[in-house]
Design a protein around this ligand. Structure first.
Ligand SMILES: Cc1cc2nc3c(=O)[nH]c(=O)nc-3n(C[C@H](O)[C@H](O)[C@H](O)COP(=O)(O)O)c2cc1C
Length: 306
């Protein structure tokens, strides 16, 4: 069975920011965590929308930074900037299907259709980064082009250390069950991604030849999900976790941004609990951080001094 350091947290745009990683880290001291995807353009241009992505990572343990883009030189520069900022490794996004990334920018999943460009990006990033480089990709563009093996072979030739394989095609987006192929004999270790939730899922991946697993949507509202795979329990007092996450978000973004941004997290944390829809409606109207804390305390019945 996999150890903690083989159980990865996926990059999730709008979710795996520094406050959320801080909470995950408390449950999983040794698991590798990834940042949200970071545009090489906005990073190298120090675009103001990207400044929040420009963290230092030195105090975060094993954190990798994920970059996306289609410009070879900017991708290499971005990798160097993030490695200098303390990222332990650089992950290249080769799976994002959203039109803004895959169609208009020619990045993300588009690189599954342009292996020559993908190869040039991987070689340049490996040369520039000074830390290990990985890629995250899918089975292929669609069922007729499920050529992940070719891309993994190119990655290995370019010096990429490992790859994450999401068991869906770009055409499938995030819908339908993920199907993980057998990867025995792959030239680099492959991490399994797609519908990974339980220890059984991880064991199945191990039997198929994977070197680890990456948990994605199962983390929403469950920052302890990584440790559940190795038999750890969910925390007893979830309200405390929610309040801590909120404190970190307030500290990081300030109240104006953090309070509305936290609504989705509050919804995920409370999903499936009784009265959760009333709680969501209440939280969606709140603009003051102290009111949000009170609503959370009330919902989870937390003691006043947390
Ligand atoms: C809201 C959301 C944001 C995502 N952001 C990223 C991202 O920034 N980079 C990336 O490589 N994949 C991203 N993904 C894809 C996930 O990392 C993962 O590959 C996918 O959700 C499949 O795993 P799952 O079935 O366990 O959710 C995102 C997915 C979702 C739902």
């Amino acid at each position: 069975m996999f150890c903690d350091n083989q159980i990865f947290a996926a990059p999730l745009a709008g979710i795996t920011d520094r406050p959320f990683r801080r909470v995950m880290r408390q449950f999983s001291p040794n698991s590798p965590l990834l940042t949200e995807m970071i545009s090489c353009h906005s990073l190298v241009g120090a675009h103001k929308n990207c400044l929040r992505n420009f963290d230092r990572y030195d105090d975060e343990g094993a954190v990798g930074a994920q970059i996306f883009g289609a410009n070879v030189n900017l991708m290499a520069d971005a990798a160097k900037i993030l490695a200098d900022a303390g990222a332990r490794w650089i992950d290249i996004n080769m799976g994002c299907p959203v039109p803004k990334v895959a169609t208009r920018a020619g990045a993300g999943a588009h690189l599954m259709r342009d292996h020559a460009l993908a190869g040039r990006i991987m070689s340049a990033v490996v040369r520039a980064a000074g830390v290990p480089v990985s890629i995250k990709t899918r089975l292929g563009w669609d069922d007729a082009h499920a050529d992940w093996r070719d891309l993994i072979n190119i990655a290995a030739d370019c010096g990429v250390r490992f790859a994450t394989l999401h068991g869906r095609t770009r055409a499938q987006l995030y819908v339908g069950p993920a199907l993980l192929p057998d990867v025995h004999g792959a030239p680099i270790p492959i991490i399994a991604n797609g519908d990974i939730r339980t220890a059984d899922d991880a064991r199945r991946a191990e039997n198929l030849g994977y070197g680890g697993v990456m948990v994605a949507r199962a983390l929403m509202g469950r920052p302890w999900a990584l440790r559940e795979i190795t038999g750890g329990a969910a925390p007893e007092n979830i309200g405390e976790v929610v309040l801590r996450h909120l404190e970190y978000a307030l500290e990081y973004y300030g109240a104006r941004t953090a309070v509305p941004m936290f609504r989705k997290h509050a919804a995920w944390y409370s999903a499936g609990m009784s009265n959760s829809s009333e709680f969501r409606i209440r939280v969606n109207q709140i603009t003051d951080p102290d009111d949000l804390k009170s609503a959370i305390r009330e919902f989870w019945g937390c003691v006043e001094n947390i």
